[in-house]
Design a binder for this molecule. Structure first.
Ligand SMILES: NC(=O)C1=CN([C@@H]2O[C@H](COP(=O)(O)OP(=O)(O)OC[C@H]3O[C@@H](n4cnc5c(N)ncnc54)[C@H](O)[C@@H]3O)[C@@H](O)[C@H]2O)[C@H](O)CC1
Ligand SMILES: [K+]
Length: 506
């Protein structure tokens, strides 16, 4: 599992009511059990356990494990490399150990903020637990931590790394400087990709410990997914945070591309270009002075506009095709060429979907389709029902499998919009539960398409853009409902997008 997926899942547990403190308790308990198993297997008796801890959750797991090991009769010596603990849950668990005074357990706690001249007492059999750094490692290792890693590696004890060997990149398995070389690595919930991909000698024997994270925490999109949004570089300039092109609009519809464009801004993009026929251009321009509108000859989009559109597509990071284009042969011809010529990430929405031949997008992986159920069935030539509102796991499982069987025929991502939205890509799927019945109002699909293309332009993958996009759209709809009841419009929803993202990031 990617470290970012793990962090998102951890955070999403909280929104099911499963706190990080509970997760750390489960992780520490499993760790204690595994350490005890290794001790009995290696030494046939309890031995001293020496723990090195850092300032994050990794150290917190060690603090919890200490309690379980003490209860099993082990001596535990903790060497804290940092006295300023950053993780709240680690702080709580350290407090518990510090509150054990007068101390009846065989526990010692030392602050080791200077590792120079430090030597482990190696007179007896012992186990060293590495709780310095896990998935939260960032940048270069601090000197003290490097030295501690050296002490661990030179010791004669059995070395056990918590979650990830400290110093190793949890995503790639690479070691830039130094890392603990453990005899065992004990990962929680799922093994991290870096540990999985690293050479066996660098990670030792692998144990994956269950810490009670339910499937739903992994599969429901929730506030933890906001962690996928990249922190903006304070010195970035115009265009660095994404630019999009929206190809849509017609004599009959000008609101749709404007709503998508405004939604894209709400979701953080820097620049929005709209390529639209001249009969829609003036109303689109007057809908927002922020949109850069390219007026194309005539009342409808057609192949005559191909070169102008491709030129614009070259300038941007992602392209949305479809909103308000209407359906006619000329537009259809254009769209079928665009999806093959444009190599950038694409969102194909409503009228776009209705006019593009599935065979042309089959192999494209950076495309997001955003159909509601009827559009889905038309596009894939199927007759499915979306039925995810049930406690009956068999029904839910069968329903998802039916959709997967069909969407596996293409490489892209599909959002099936419904009360609970289903997002599918290959064998992956997620479910979004935000949103409300007020969102049946016209234009909320255009808003969704705008949010998704905005996220694509900001470097999120197609699947992540689709999942987070549908969640944000639902949250903005929920905010609009809170203020206006069912009397909100898609424009009202769009006006809350920035706000729900800002609050979601907190
Ligand atoms: N579901 C789970 O898998 C759970 C895992 N848990 C454990 O928590 C860690 C992740 O915790 P986190 O606080 O995010 O990060 P770390 O403990 O890895 O450390 C971050 C800590 O260290 C400082 N830091 C970061 N980089 C460096 C550096 N290069 N040099 C020095 N110091 C650095 C940073 O400031 C942070 O304070 C996970 O691996 C599991 O072990 C949970 O306990 C339960 C659920
Ligand atoms: K570690």
């Amino acid at each position: 599992m990617d470290p970012i997926d793990m962090m998102v899942t951890d955070a999403n547990c909280e929104y099911l009511g499963l706190s990080r403190l509970c997760l750390m308790e489960a992780a520490g308990k499993s760790l204690g059990e595994e350490v005890a198993k290794i001790a009995v297997f290696t030494f046939a008796k309890p031995v001293k356990v020496v723990m090195f801890t850092g300032s994050g959750g990794n150290g917190g797991d060690a603090f919890v494990a200490a309690r379980y090991l003490l209860n099993r009769g082990y001596d535990v010596d903790i060497y804290m490399l940092k006295d300023n603990i950053h993780s709240n849950e680690a702080k709580i668990n350290l407090e518990i150990l510090l509150n054990m005074k007068p101390r009846l357990s065989r526990l010692t706690i030392h602050y080791l903020t200077d590792v120079d001249d430090f030597k482990l007492d190696e007179d007896e059999d012992f186990i060293v637990v590495d709780g310095i750094l896990g998935t939260g490692i960032r940048g270069n290792l601090q000197e003290n931590i490097k030295k501690a890693i050296g002490v661990i590696n030179e010791s004669n004890g059995i070395k056990i790394s918590i979650d990830v060997p400290s110093g190793m990149d949890p995503l790639t398995g690479s070691v830039d400087d130094v890392a603990v070389v453990p005899d065992y690595t004990i990962s929680f919930h799922k093994i991290k990709t870096g540990v999985r991909d690293a050479e066996e000698e660098l990670v030792g024997g692998l144990v994956t410990a269950d810490i009670g994270i339910p499937l739903e925490a992994e599969y429901f999109v929730n506030y933890g997914d906001f962690l996928r949004l990249k922190n903006r570089d304070a010195s970035s300039h115009k265009g660095n945070n994404g630019s999009v092109l929206i190809v849509g609009g017609s004599k009959d519809y000008h609101g749709a591309p404007a709503i998508s464009g405004k939604a894209a801004f709400g979701a953080g993009v820097d620049l929005v270009y709209i390529a639209t026929p001249e009969s829609a251009a003036i109303p689109v321009k007057s809908a927002s002075e922020d949109l850069i509108v390219k007026s194309l000859d005539g009342d409808y989009l057609s192949l005559n506009h191909l070169d102008e559109i491709l030129e614009l597509a070259d300038k941007v990071d992602a392209v949305l095709i479809g909103p308000g284009s209407g359906i006619n042969d000329d537009t259809s011809k254009l769209f079928n060429v665009l999806v093959t010529k444009i190599k950038k990430p694409i969102v194909l929405d409503a009228d776009g979907l209705k006019q593009v031949d599935i065979s042309l997008i089959k192999n494209k992986d950076n495309i997001v389709l955003t159909p509601h159920l009827a559009e889905f069935n038309q596009f894939f030539n199927s007759k499915l029902k979306l039925d995810l509102d049930s406690y009956d796991f068999k029904m839910v499982d069968e329903n998802i499998t039916e959709f997967q069987l069909i969407t596996k025929n293409i490489n892209g991502t599909v959002i099936v919009k419904g009360k609970n939205d289903l997002i599918l890509s290959g064998s992956k799927f997620r479910i979004n539960r935000s949103g409300n019945a007020g969102m049946t109002v016209g234009g909320t699909g255009d808003a969704l398409a705008g949010i998704v293309v905005s996220l694509l332009s900001q470097d999120l993958s197609s699947f992540d853009s689709a999942c987070l996009g549908v969640f944000i759209n639902g949250l903005a709809g929920d905010k609009a409902y809170e203020i206006n009841g069912n009397g909100f419009s898609a424009s009202d929803l769009v006006s809350y997008i920035g706000n729900v993202i800002k609050n979601g990031l907190c």
